[in-house]
Design a protein around this ligand. Structure first.
Ligand SMILES: [Zn+2]
Ligand SMILES: [Zn+2]
Length: 289
């Protein structure tokens, strides 16, 4: 079984009730954080995990809303790990990730210096290992395999999705993307697809061009559902709602997806949790390998 928890279902627009984009994936004894938007560590704590407990941080792309709390994740893991030789934080992301991590460490250089000077048992800066990928297998440990595939969020490029597999269960995390062949291949036959969505019908009516611009490079609810149907996934999990999902309107969002995808659809608030069991995908489709 793989457990998916929507840590942050918000967007770049600050919301009193929704943290920035971030999803927690637990597979066996391993814990993966996918993107790290605003407020992620508060939600991670609420989900019973912590920065120190992460097996890896997976980044779909380098848009600010998806990496807003990268510094918090790195520094909090560093000062919150008390073993003498802490394992480096593994960060897997698209090309450009190493530069962003390096710049983040530089931004916190004063803090890092203060803590090394103050605590005898902290002898070096945060241990981080960055891996940049656009496709292929990127992780294989203790029965958990992670694959990466290219997505299409242009002009943001490159962007990637992740497929986490464990014990017959599989979850694909699309990040921000329009429908594309790369995501179709990655998601084929998966147990669940976690997809960011916008309500194009609402956003297209907003009076500000800068807001309407976002329709260019995101999937609508209907497009995400089409992708899920084409890939034959078992569960579609919607997140990163633009505009924010208002309580009482859940069924409106759900019905728009249900018109295109006839299986299980999940959406909700931060900390919404979904269990993905082996064999929930539509039969007859071979997972992307
Ligand atoms: Zn984005
Ligand atoms: Zn986004």
């Amino acid at each position: 079984m793989i457990e998916v928890t929507l840590l942050g279902t918000g967007s770049p627009i600050p919301d009193a009730d929704r943290a920035g984009p971030s999803t927690l994936v637990r597979a066996g004894t391993q814990t993966f954080l996918v993107d790290c938007g605003r407020g992620v560590l508060q939600r991670l704590t609420a989900a019973g995990s912590s920065a120190a407990a992460l097996s890896a941080l997976l980044l779909t792309h380098l848009h600010s809303d998806h990496i807003a709390d990268l510094g918090d994740v790195i520094i909090t893991r560093w000062i919150g790990t008390f073993s003498p030789d802490p394992a480096p934080l593994q960060i897997i992301g698209p090309p450009g990730t190493a530069e962003v991590v390096e710049a983040t460490l530089k931004a916190f250089a004063h803090d890092i210096g203060y803590r090394i000077a103050h605590h005898a048992d902290i002898t070096g800066p945060p241990a981080v290992q960055v891996h940049e990928h656009t496709e292929g297998q990127v992780w294989e440990h203790d029965g958990v395999r992670i694959l990466v595939g290219p997505t299409d969020h242009r002009p943001v490029t490159p962007t990637i999705g992740f497929r986490v597999e464990h014990d017959g269960a599989s979850v694909v995390l699309a990040g921000d993307t329009v429908p594309c062949a790369g995501l179709d291949a990655l998601a084929a036959g998966a147990g669940a697809l976690v997809h960011t969505v916008i309500r194009t019908d609402l956003v297209a009516q907003m009076p500000v061009q800068r807001i309407r611009d976002i329709c260019d490079y995101h999937s609508s609810v209907e497009q995400a559902a089409d992708t899920a149907a084409r890939a034959g996934v078992g569960i579609l999990i919607l997140t990163h709602y633009v505009p924010a999902l208002v309580h009482g309107q859940e069924e409106d969002w759900r019905s728009r997806a249900a018109a295109h995808f006839g299986r299980q659809i999940e959406l909700g608030d931060d900390l919404h949790r979904v269990e993905v069991h082996p064999g929930v995908c539509a039969s007859g489709i071979t997972p992307a390998g």
